[in-house]
Design a protein around this ligand. Structure first.
Ligand code: ZN
Length: 367
C-alpha cells in the first residue's frame, strides 16, 4: 500500500487533501508540524499539542545525536518513548544546520564535517550515517541528508550542491533499513529552474515516499518561491506527498497549499510568539504596544483557543512586559493553535471544493 492517498483535488487550483499513513497514525494533509528541535516545542507542552490536534512534530536528528546522544535514546526505546510523544514524528537529517556557521566545519562529497557547538569536536556525517542515526532514533519519517546553501550563491555553487544532494539521496536510499520509517528526498537547485528540474527528476526517479523542496524560504522573495514550487510540481508524480520546509506564516501556507504543497514545518509561529508577534484573523498584533495596556478584549475575537476564551490583551501585555514566562506560554499556545486550526479549515475547504474562496476571504481580512 502506498503511504499517501489523495482524497480530494481542487477543481480550480493545485490544492489537494489526502492522508499520509505513518507508523504512529494517519495524518490528514495538508498539515503543519511545530518544530521540537530538542524534543520540546518551545513553551508549548505535549498535552496542549494533543488538545490542539497537532498530530505530528519535527525534531532534529543531528541535534539529538549530539545531545542526549544515540545511546541514551536507544536505551529509552527510541525518540517517541524518550520524548513521551505517541503521535507521528519527522526527523530532519541535519542538512538545515548547514545554514548555521556554528555547526559546519566543511563539506566534501563524502559528507558534512559538523562542529559540535557543545564541545567544538568535529563529526563527519555521511549520508549513510545520517540515515543510520534516523533509523536508530525511530522517527516515522526520515529526511535525506542534503547540501543546503545560503540564498544568493552563484549558479556553479548551486549546481555543485544539487549534484551532491542527488548523490547523497541515492546513498541515503540504499542505506535505509527501517521498514517502519518512511524516507523523503529533498530537492535543491537554488533559484535556477533548470537545476530544480534536474534535481526533481533525479529524485523522482528514486521513488521516495515523499519529496521535500529544500533551500527555500531562506531569503528569496515569495513570488520566486511560488514559481519554484509550481515548476517543481510538474515533475513530481501526483501520488507523492510534497513537503515545503521552513514555511510557517499563515499567508504563505495558503499560497503554497494553492500550489499543491501537502506538508509544512517551521519554528516561525512559536518564535513570533516569544517576540510578542501574535497571529489574528485581522493580521499580526504586537502585544508589547502600549495600546494593549487597557485592552480588555481577547487576542483574536475569532479564535476559540483557551487563551482567547479566558484572557485579555491587557493581561497578556502585562505578562509580556514583566517577562513572566507564563505570558510566553500563553502566546505560544495561541499562535500554535491558530496554525493548527487554520490547517483544519484548509482541509475542510478543500474537501468542500471551497478552498480558493476560503483563501480569498482569509487574505482580505488578514490584510
Ligand atoms: Zn487564541
Amino acid at each position: 500500500m502506498s503511504c499517501f492517498e489523495l482524497t480530494h483535488e481542487s477543481e480550480s487550483s493545485l490544492a489537494r487533501a489526502g492522508v499520509l499513513h505513518t507508523a504512529h497514525g494517519d495524518l490528514a494533509t495538508p498539515f503543519f508540524m511545530p518544530v521540537a528541535t530538542k524534543g520540546a516545542v518551545k513553551f508549548v507542552e505535549h498535552p496542549d499539542l494533543y488538545k490542539m490536534k497537532v498530530d505530528c512534530l519535527i525534531t532534529n536528528a543531528f541535534i539529538n545525536y549530539l545531545k542526549p546522544g544515540l545511546q541514551i535514546i536507544e536505551k529509552a526505546g527510541g525518540l517517541h518513548k524518550f520524548f513521551g510523544w505517541d503521535k507521528s514524528l519527522f526527523t530532519d537529517s541535519g542538512g538545515f544546520q548547514l545554514l548555521s556557521e556554528d555547526f559546519v566545519d566543511h563539506v566534501t562529497n563524502n559528507g558534512v564535517h559538523f562542529r559540535n557547538p557543545f564541545d567544538k569536536s568535529v563529526h563527519l556525517i555521511t549520508p549513510e550515517q545520517a540515515t543510520h542515526i534516523q533509523n536508530t532514533l525511530g522517527s516515522d519519517v526520515a529526511m535525506c541528508l542534503d547540501h543546503v546553501l545560503h540564498f544568493g550563491k552563484n549558479r556553479l555553487e548551486y549546481f555543485d550542491a544539487m549534484v551532491r544532494t542527488t548523490e547523497w539521496a541515492l546513498r541515503c536510499k540504499e542505506s535505509h533499513k527501517n521498514n517502519n520509517q518512511l524516507l523523503f528526498g529533498i530537492t535543491q537547485g537554488g533559484t535556477f529552474l533548470d537545476l530544480r528540474k534536474k534535481s526533481t527528476l533525479a529524485l523522482e526517479a528514486m521513488e521516495f515516499d515523499g519529496l521535500a523542496l529544500g533551500g527555500l524560504c531562506i531569503g528569496e522573495d515569495p513570488s520566486t518561491m511560488h514559481n519554484i514550487t509550481e515548476y517543481s510540481k510538474r515533475f513530481i508524480a501526483k501520488e507523492r506527498p510534497i513537503y515545503l520546509m521552513g514555511v510557517g506564516s499563515p499567508l504563505e501556507i495558503l499560497n503554497l497549499v494553492e500550489r499543491g504543497v501537502d506538508i509544512f514545518d517551521s519554528a516561525y509561529p512559536t518564535r513570533m510568539a516569544r517576540h510578542g508577534r501574535i497571529f489574528t484573523h485581522k493580521g499580526p498584533l504586537l502585544i508589547n504596544r502600549s495600546l494593549h495596556k487597557e485592552s480588555f478584549t481577547s487576542l483574536d475575537p475569532e479564535c476559540d483557543c483557551f487563551v482567547c476564551r479566558n484572557h485579555t490583551r491587557a493581561y497578556l501585555h502585562h505578562l509580556f512586559k514583566t517577562y513572566e514566562q507564563n505570558g510566553l506560554m500563553l502566546l505560544s499556545y495561541h499562535n500554535t493553535y491558530f496554525i493548527a486550526k487554520l490547517m483544519q479549515e484548509i482541509r475542510t475547504a478543500i474537501k468542500e471544493n471551497n478552498f480558493e474562496k476560503f483563501k480569498k476571504e482569509f487574505e482580505q481580512q488578514y490584510k
